[in-house]
Design a protein around this ligand. Structure first.
Ligand SMILES: Cc1cc2nc3c(=O)[nH]c(=O)nc-3n(C[C@H](O)[C@H](O)[C@H](O)COP(=O)(O)O)c2cc1C
Length: 202
């Protein structure tokens, strides 16, 4: 881990990386990242997370087909994209086209038997761990991109679950593409804090 990267610097500089070098990500690094993920909070400390780490090129090749197909179907049925949004979607499409070459994909799943039946609690019990995962990766010089694509019934989840042999009682919450970035990205573009902040009342 880079000694200079403080927690706050990591949080403030985390970006979505969609272009990765071919270098593999070691078991040791994957373990450190997942350890950070599994330190997160969860409802009643149920720790309902399950992570499926895919690095096998043959498995990635099988996943690439339904992921890209359902993504392109989604794009063709949606509104025409322009400007910055189009750039993001073009990069997202390019990332999916390169699924086979991405060093690792981590499917972040919820064991529905281990957590409340409330949808809100389920997602609130997995997403802190995903953010930890991405921050830990960032701290170790890796890039990540979260997507929910491939995690809903209309966006490939049944096919993906079949390929990965994920049991019925486990739901894919999201997935994270992971690898060493090809370029260093600038700070995240965000609206000023004042636009979102309320003190004592709305
Ligand atoms: C719920 C969610 C879904 C996302 N889905 C995708 C996706 O399908 N493909 C993709 O490339 N990025 C996806 N992203 C990443 C966002 O596009 C990205 O966070 C946003 O454009 C801001 O860019 P930044 O993270 O580089 O600051 C997703 C992020 C979230 C939180």
């Amino acid at each position: 881990m880079s000694k200079e990267m403080t927690l706050l610097h990591g949080i403030n500089s985390l970006r979505s990386v969609r272009k990765f070098r071919q270098d593999p990500v070691s078991d040791e690094i994957i373990r450190s990242i997942l350890k950070a993920a599994t330190r997160a909070a969860s409802g009643s400390n149920t720790q309902p997370w399950e992570f499926v780490v895919v690095r096998d090129a043959r498995v990635k090749a099988r996943l690439a087909e339904p992921m890209l197909r359902t993504w392109l179907e989604r794009l063709s049925s949606g509104p025409r994209m322009t400007g910055r949004m189009k750039e993001v979607y073009d990069d997202a499409t390019e990332m999916l086209r390169n699924t086979e070459k991405v060093p690792a994909i981590i499917y972040c799943c919820i064991d529905l038997n281990r957590v409340s039946k409330s949808e809100e609690v389920r997602y609130a019990s997995i997403l802190p761990s995903v953010q930890n995962l991405m921050l830990a990766a960032h701290a170790m010089g890796l890039g990540t991109c979260l997507t929910v694509h491939g995690s809903t019934s209309t966006r490939g989840e049944p096919e993906v679950k079949k390929i990965l042999r994920i049991p019925d009682h486990v739901k894919i919450a999201c997935l994270v593409y992971l690898g060493y970035p090809t370029v260093k990205l600038g700070p995240p573009r965000r609206k000023p804090l004042e636009q979102f902040t309320h003190y004592d009342r709305w």
